[in-house]
Design a protein around this ligand. Sequence first.
Ligand code: PGA
Length: 250
Amino acid sequence: MARRKLLFGNWKMNKTIAESKAFAKESKKLLKLATAKGVDIGVAPVYLSLETVRKTNPKLTVAAENCHFEDHGAFTGEISIPMLKEIGIDWVIIGHSERRTYFAETSETCNKKLLALQANNMTPIYCVGETLKEFEAKKTKKVIEEQVKVGLKGLDAAYVAKSVIAYEPVWSIGTGKNASKEIAEDICSYIRKLVDKLYGNVSKNVRILYGGSVKPENVHAYLLEKDVDGALVGGASLKVDSFKALIENI
Ligand code: PGA
């Protein structure tokens, strides 16, 4: 079965509840357009706006940007999976490079989160990617291998099949320096091969996204690549017009 394209907006620490609601209202048109194009779309707002966005457009896929792996306890400032489930959220971004860089997340902690999501039958978008230093030292594949192997350790093949992995070179995020479509394809196909080695045939089902300075002008080129099944988009996903142009240009 062909993998459906997926365009996901990562809003990061942007938009108040009111701003998120305004976008969610407009997203009904975006969803129509995406459906007509055969593309899946979704957004990841801050925790505070999750429920508002979901209620405003119940058909839109809504992801949390993070979660804790424990159900409850003494973890000041954290949000758990049962709390997300209670408000109807079943997608979560795990291991975004900003979390790895600024909040000391490791592939080991990501693994705990992925295992907890699996136990709750929730869909992850697991982010991997190398820093500029690693890229320049030609260590990209080594870094990706560790992030994939450690992050996905112990998951069931059937769960991996419906998971999403995002390749986001850290040097391309929010910098305007997007990776070439050749680099994106090289690493996305490498990730698929790794998944194949670890989990076998389900690698054909896993959706692998590229992320990093994706814009309406360059989204098409990435999505033409064989192993790039969509994009995780930061800056260009914040405005309805720009999100619309991303869908139109796929
Ligand atoms: P960007 O962010 O599109 O603003 O580069 C991508 C991301 O961090 O997911």
